[in-house]
Design a protein around this ligand. Structure first.
Ligand code: COA
Length: 266
């Protein structure tokens, strides 16, 4: 079990707390596996009615660990049969539209990549004034994931979805609230209590009716599983590109990427 994530259950609420603040809570394979196992186990566990995702150290999550992306990209370049999104991450993503119980996110600080696209799958999202949502997929030479090809335009409308996904524009808490991405902005000191209070209100509801109501609210989302596969196929192609490799390497070497040079060296 990863020590970078703490998963606890109390009073019907399963809390998944990211504890990798030194790396801005970037998700490792072990963290994804722990989240997948916890979401799976909860489906048949009467003691759990609701999930709450929360960060630590003033950060929600900096998204997928870029070291894992670089390893996949290098394996692809060497013809090693690597195939795009790392397996633990894709397994987790594939679960998201299948989760039956409500999910709540408590977002303080940065929510990058899957840190933002996870929010599209949550039923309630609370954020602090310092929250900043960003999906720099394109700048990494990649495409969006987790079904956000459908969920972002549905939630935000096309123009704002394009700004988020393709321009990589950060959305402040205020803008995210106006855009309908989050439910409320609350002071950092009240974030966890706000999320837990909402979770406990859901715990107190008739359980089967809650799960059915949520499923019905999401019934238009039948295409999400197949769009997740389409997104994963694009990852497969793009992960092998010189530009993606350059983007990952540049981030880890703390320098701006040189895409033109990477293309020429191809
Ligand atoms: N993968 C791996 N390591 C990451 C990471 C990620 N996604 N995000 C942050 N880190 C690491 C940094 O490499 C750094 O490690 P180091 O201290 O060993 O050098 C540490 O976390 C702190 O990050 P740093 O960049 O110094 O903090 P910052 O406050 O200046 O910037 C971010 C924070 C999140 C804006 C910046 O780290 C970032 O852009 N991260 C990448 C986000 C991303 O592209 N995610 C993938 C989306 S698909």
């Amino acid at each position: 079990m990863s020590t970078d994530i703490e998963i606890t259950v109390a009073d019907g609420v399963q809390v998944l707390r990211f504890l990798r603040a030194g790396k801005k809570n970037a998700f490792t394979g072990a963290m994804y596996n722990a989240m997948s196992a916890a979401l799976d186990a909860a489906e048949s566990n009467e003691a759990i009615a609701v999930h709450v995702f929360i960060g630590s150290g003033g950060v929600f999550s900096a998204g997928n660990d870029i070291n894992d992306f670089l390893r996949r990209a290098e394996a692809s370049a060497e013809g090693g049969g690597a195939d795009g999104i790392p397996a633990p991450s894709l397994d987790f993503i594939r679960r998201l539209p299948k989760v039956g119980k409500p999910m709540i996110a408590a977002v303080d600080g940065l929510a990058v990549g899957i840190g933002t696209t996870l929010l599209f799958h949550c039923d309630l999202v609370y954020a602090t004034p310092s929250a900043s949502l960003r999906t720099p997929f394109l700048d990494l030479g990649l495409v969006q994931e987790a079904g956000s090809s459908i969920l972002a335009p549905e939630r935000l409308g096309y123009p704002l979805a394009f700004e988020l996904i393709c321009l990589g524009e950060p959305f402040s808490a205020e803008r995210a609230l106006r855009a309908g991405l989050i439910n409320a902005i609350v002071p950092a000191a009240e974030l966890e209590a706000t999320a837990l209070t909402a979770a406990r209100r859901l715990v107190a509801k008739p359980r089967q009716a809650l799960i059915s109501s949520r499923r019905l609210l999401r019934r238009g989302h039948a295409a999400i599983a197949s769009v997740i596969d389409e997104e994963a196929n694009s990852y497969k192609e793009l992960m092998a590109s010189a530009e993606a490799r350059e983007a990952f390497t540049a981030f880890l070497e703390k320098r701006p990427p040189d895409f033109a040079k990477a293309r020429k060296a191809r």
